[in-house]
Design a protein around this ligand. Structure first.
Ligand code: GDD
Length: 332
């Protein structure tokens, strides 16, 4: 039985990936922060339904010994390194911890693999945020990086570390340059989920406004459930390589807002307020990925279109909010 080790297994991507790998017959191990094990209700809600099928280890991206011990113990066949401080806005508030955690964390996982399981195939969650001030449109694996945030800078360093471990130590190490990917499991701080969860609250009379920053930013938004399959496919190839994973479509935050409010039968102009505190010191204005290489080599393509994604997220948040309000009424 193949053994897969996932860092960040309790996040959006980690939860979909764990389900997917269990379905393929893998033995799945995950690394989470100790606090998550102490308070599973809050931290492990995305993987609640598979907790009895996976093995979790507490560790910290800031501690090399904690990661080293896990890899030494499991000796995985595949490692998916997804854990990071992944909220771009927060990376401006605390540059130092984002840069330290993200770069050192990746370095620690790579080094632990080199020392304990050099045959283990390694996936690094790189990001379209690395393109930043884009040098060409659409962006491909060959587009030069120009990161615009401490988070983006940390991902460029992680990308370079991954490539260097491939070239210097012959580790099967791949970079997935994933463009924005969303789902009903997305964290509430990211713009798509902030929009769909607030629209659901407005619809049920639990909120009366939605405060947002830059509505003109454009992103290439796909479905997380599709993207984790690309991660796995990368590790099934004969040669380690780097791939752009995207939809090759771009939409503005404004379009997402309009569509989300439309699905709920509401006029967005009545509820959306622009709040400058949500603007970033340096913005990434336009992202759109050309995934031709993944299509050709991995035979991968996205299955969920933008409109379906917005609908899926709105419907899930409406159901969730309805269940919460019903529960509240019952309790009283
Ligand atoms: N979060 C947030 N909140 N973003 C807002 C808001 C707001 O109130 N108003 C406007 N935006 C704009 C941001 O300025 C940005 O241009 C866009 O919405 C998307 O923001 P996020 O959803 O926070 O995602 P991101 O693009 O910064 O980063 C995500 O995608 C990357 C891949 O490109 C994250 O998932 C990263 O971890 C990932 O690497």
């Amino acid at each position: 039985m193949k053994k897969a080790f996932i860092t960040g297994i309790d996040g959006q991507d980690g939860s979909y990936l764990a389900e997917f790998l269990l379905g393929k017959g893998y033995k799945v191990y995950g690394m989470v922060r100790r606090v998550a094990l102490e308070d599973p209700e809050h931290h492990l809600w995305r993987i609640k339904h598979v907790l009895n099928k996976i093995t979790l280890y507490p560790a910290s991206l800031e501690s090399y010994p904690s990661i080293f011990k896990i890899v030494e113990n499991i000796k995985p066949n595949e490692c998916y390194h997804l854990a990071a401080q992944s909220f771009v806005s927060y990376s401006f508030e605390d540059e130092f911890s984002t840069i330290n955690t993200n770069i050192n964390g990746t370095h620690f996982v790579l080094s632990a693999i080199k020392e304990n399981a050099p045959k283990c195939k390694f996936y690094f969650a790189a990001s379209s945020e690395m393109f930043g001030m884009v040098k060409e449109t659409p962006q491909t694996e060959k587009t030069p990086f120009h990161p615009r945030s401490p988070y983006g800078i940390s991902k460029v360093a992680g990308f370079d570390l991954t490539r260097n471990y491939r070239e210097a130590y012959n580790i099967f190490a791949c970079n997935g340059i994933l463009f924005n990917h969303e789902s009903p499991r997305r964290g509430f701080e990211f713009v798509t989920r902030k929009i769909t969860s607030t629209v659901a609250q407005i619809k049920l009379g639990l909120a009366d406004e939605l405060k947002l920053g830059n509505l003109e930013a454009k992103r290439d938004w796909g479905f997380a459930g599709d993207y984790i399959k690309a991660m796995w496919l990368m590790l099934q190839q004969d040669k380690a390589d780097d791939y752009v994973i995207a939809t090759n479509e771009t939409h503005s935050v404004r379009e997402f807002v309009e569509l989300a409010f439309d699905y709920a039968g509401l006029n967005w102009k009545k509820y959306v307020k622009i709040d400058k505190t949500f603007y970033r010191p340096a913005e990434v204005h336009l992202l759109i990925g050309d995934y031709s290489k993944a299509r050709k080599k991995l035979k991968w393509a996205p299955s969920v279109k933008f409109e379906e994604l917005v609908k899926m997220m709105i419907e899930a948040d409406m159901q969730r909010m309805q269940a919460i309000t019903k529960g509240r009424k019952c309790n009283h």
